[in-house]
Ligand binder design. Sequence first.
Ligand code: ZN
Length: 71
Amino acid sequence: MEFGYQCEECEEAIWPATTRSELDWLRRRRHLVAEVRRHLSGGLDGWMEEGLEFLDRHDGHSVVLVQRPGR
Ligand SMILES: [Zn+2]
């Protein structure tokens, strides 16, 4: 199953290649992860960069963790 973040205000969603628990962790530790990133030369994992970028872009919006609908 794929999980992702969805902004309830913009109705935009992303589906980074990771697990639900990792996404939940990133959402709760977002500021810490962003801080750590500033001290890394190699950058973060792709899913983290993607997730942080989304969370930053929807800062102050209502972002929820969702399961990707089946197709
Ligand atoms: Zn938004």
